[in-house]
Write a protein that binds this ligand. Structure first.
Ligand code: SF4
Length: 496
């Protein structure tokens, strides 16, 4: 097109938009992620350029930056810049597998566990130190080191050494440090707890639902895995209280892995979390990594069944909130923050470009570095596509600039992903190259066949439909986007 012809563009019609029918409404979104719910008649007037300039609809569309006539390029670019701030950070999540040994056996084990006598799968002190040194080289001003396994309490000496080493090295690195440990809690004791609380290590666990379901899926040799976890959740929360921490903010977080058996009991699962004192529930569908692949026929399900379960659990949680009980759903909170606030909470699996390598790194017990924990689990299953380095040998630049990370960043950029480019939810969504690679045989994936896309699209359909109901339902959903920071767990660098 010659420049001279630009002057002939029709400036009266709609600016760039994407749309999707949800319930009684049409969701329209623009480039920077602003959105409106329109009736079918309103949408028709908008899309065909037949708007009455004196109508309230015209004003709404103009204020939302949906019209060419009043299009605000600066506001659009500022909105996009705000949403994509994370691109400039560098890896902030550093996941360390301190051992593969685990005292529990879970039907869906994601972590490629090893039996308790496999001490050769414990991380050495030297490897742990090299992992910390790599993490502190990140350009991100904030670093979270997350201890995973196996079961990290099996290698508690390595956890302690890593925390102390990171704190001492951070005097020079000057990062804001956070430590998190994901544990089944069965090997917790008062001494370990006192150390973790003293060193401000956040503790997260897994709860699969009511006792019978949890114990069926997560097996301890002689004890009830549920009783062990529930007992320690209560004790840890009590320990936070003894330190004077606000119990509404400081409490154990738990993760749910939604198996086929869970789909029939959404309310019982929510009730279990509420009774345990949890304020959040992450209704994660089962993923295709680790042992879950071998047991898929037993635990997996069509995503349409998952979405039915999700909607029922979500509506129950909304009703509980209306009755004064605070409990939020994490997927909803992540998407709603993007939808309602214009900010991105930088959840690494749902962002564009995705977090692999440029937002997170995973370190195996032997010092191998992966794009993410999913990349590490694929390696354990015999596929080393996402192996990008070795601590002590690879430079930081080699790792984050690895050709695989470059390919993953391009593959997870939704601006060039077929289907996503036309999807109304593109401003809020994300894909995961490891998931695409595992399930579809290509990092880019094909969204029409992607179970992850089906989940993301389905959840956003449900959320926009509920937002369209307005009133108290919308008020509850808006509250879920105001997450207070847990500053107590932040370690600022001590002065030299
Ligand atoms: S992954 Fe699916 S829901 Fe998300 S933007 Fe792409 S097409 Fe839309």
């Amino acid at each position: 097109m010659r420049l001279a012809s630009l002057g002939t563009l029709d400036t009266r019609g709609p600016a760039f938009f994407r749309y999707r029918a949800v319930g009684e409404h049409i969701v329209v979104t623009n480039l920077e992620g602003r959105w409106l719910l329109l009736s079918h008649d309103e949408f028709s007037a908008f899309a065909t350029g037949k708007l009455n300039v004196d109508s309230p609809l015209y004003t709404r569309l103009s204020e939302g930056n949906f019209l060419r006539e009043s299009y605000d390029v600066v506001a659009a670019s500022e909105g996009l810049r705000r949403r994509k701030r994370f691109v400039h950070y560098g890896p902030n999540l550093h996941l360390m597998v301190v051992t593969l040994r685990c005292n529990e056996t879970c039907v869906y084990c994601h972590a490629s566990r090893a039996d308790m006598d496999r001490v050769d799968t414990d991380m050495s002190r030297e490897t742990a130190e090299a992992c910390v040194e790599m993490a502190l080289k990140s350009t991100s001003p904030g670093i979270t080191i997350e201890f995973q396994g196996g079961e990290p309490l099996v290698a508690f000496d390595i956890v302690k050494h890593t925390v102390q080493y990171a704190l001492s090295k951070n005097r020079a690195a000057g990062k804001q440090l956070e430590f998190t440990m994901v544990s089944n809690l069965a090997l917790m004791d008062e001494e370990k707890l006192a150390w973790l609380v003293e060193h401000r290590v956040q503790i997260c666990t897994s709860i699969d639902g009511p006792r019978a379901l949890h114990d069926k899926q997560r097996k301890l040799r002689t004890l009830s895995a549920y009783d062990e976890a529930a007992g320690w959740i209560a004790r840890i929360n009590e320990a936070y209280g003894e330190r004077g921490l606000d119990p509404t903010l400081y409490h154990v977080e738990a993760l749910l892995t939604t198996t086929k058996a869970a789909l029939h009991q959404p309310k019982a699962i929510v009730d279990t979390y509420v009774a345990l004192g949890c304020r959040a529930l992450f209704l994660r569908p089962i993923d295709p990594f680790g042992f879950a692949d071998k047991t898929r026929r037993i635990v997996d399900y069509p995503r349409v069944e998952y979405l039915r379960f999700y909607a029922e659990a979500l509506d129950y949680m909304i009703a509980l909130n209306q009755g004064g009980t605070e409990i939020l759903e994490r997927y909803a909170a992540i998407f709603l923050t993007k939808i309602l606030s214009g900010e991105d909470p930088n959840f690494l699996d749902i962002r564009s470009p995705g977090g692999a390598g440029i937002g997170q790194l995973a370190y195996n017990y032997d010092g191998k570095i992966f794009s993410s924990d999913e990349g590490r689990m694929l390696h354990a299953m015999g596929d080393s596509t996402f192996l990008i380095g070795q601590v002590g040998e690879s430079s930081y630049r080699d790792v984050v600039g690895h050709p695989t990370i470059r390919a993953m960043s391009i593959a997870s950029n939704l601006d060039q992903q077929p289907d996503c480019v036309n999807c109304a939810y593109q401003p809020y969504c994300g894909t995961q190259p490891e998931h695409n690679h595992k399930t579809l045989g290509t990092m880019f994936g094909r969204m029409r066949e992607s179970a992850m896309c089906a989940v993301h699209k389905g959840i956003q359909d449900i959320l926009f439909e509920r937002l369209g109901r307005g009133g108290e339902v919308r008020e509850v959903l808006e509250r879920w986007t105001t997450v207070r920071p847990r500053d107590h767990f932040l370690h600022d660098p001590a002065p030299e």
